[in-house]
Design a binder for this molecule. Structure first.
Ligand code: DC
Length: 224
């Protein structure tokens, strides 16, 4: 049976997960947050005190890691690391940076590639990440590159943290975002890049309902 896939790529904080989650619910697709898989690798290595830049150590330790993706009854994606649910533990600024560094290694990307393709073979998916349209699912039915200016993304992230009652510093958040943008776009393997056949959507001037409406239009044009 043919499965449909929608690839959403873009830089950190562009709103990919919020939008992809809402669309997946509406369309009855599986939502796959691939950044969470890289974060789980980074978290595992961090627990073992492995530097995300030490490729030899990363290669040695990665065989000890098993990752499962599970979904609860609300459709939320859970990351299971060696049998332990680490879904909430991987959402820190420190792990964001380490995930970005760890994701540059070929050995890590190779292991995760099969996992991501496996899910897309079995289910209709909306998958978000950095290289979904270019590498993971080059034949995706719909490809969207979602972006916004670094300042807008940093502002959204800061507001999100403040709304949760957490501390947030705009200047630091902007710096973190710019550093991750640089790392994710400059790595030699599967860098963050718009696929030639992806539709570019800049959300700087749009609110969430506006982005959703624009995305639905793009999807309807490709999948009738
Ligand atoms: O989407 P995110 O912020 O949770 O991703 C964390 C890091 O993982 C990101 O900075 C780069 C890496 N990543 C990647 O290299 N390829 C993907 N498909 C998804 C994420």
């Amino acid at each position: 049976m043919k499965t449909y896939s929608i690839a959403i790529d873009g830089p950190a904080g562009a709103g990919k997960s919020t939008i992809a989650k809402a669309l997946a619910k509406e369309l009855g697709y599986h939502y796959v947050d691939t950044g969470a898989i890289y974060r789980t690798v980074a978290y595992f290595l961090d627990l073992w005190g492995v530097s995300p830049k030490d490729v030899d150590a990363v290669e040695r330790y990665i065989d000890e890691l098993t990752i499962q993706i599970a979904y609860d009854e609300t459709g939320k994606q859970h990351m299971i690391m060696n049998g332990m649910d680490v879904t909430d533990d991987i959402r820190t600024q420190d792990i964001s940076q380490k995930a970005s560094l760890v994701s540059a290694h070929k050995v890590v990307r190779d292991v995760l590639l099969d996992m991501q393709r496996g899910v897309a073979q079995e289910h209709n998916v909306i998958m978000d990440g950095r290289d979904i349209g270019t590498v993971v699912l080059p034949n995706a039915d719909v490809k969207i590159f979602l972006t916004a200016s670094a300042e807008v993304r940093a502002k959204r992230r800061t507001d999100e943290l403040l709304a949760k009652g957490q501390q947030a510093d705009f200047a630091q958040t902007l710096k973190d975002i710019q550093q991750r943008d640089y790392q994710d776009t400059h790595r030699p393997i599967a860098p963050l890049k718009q696929a030639a056949d992806a539709v570019l959507l800049d959300t700087s001037e749009l609110d969430i309902p506006g982005v959703l409406a624009a995305m639905k239009k793009i999807i309807q044009e490709k999948i009738s």
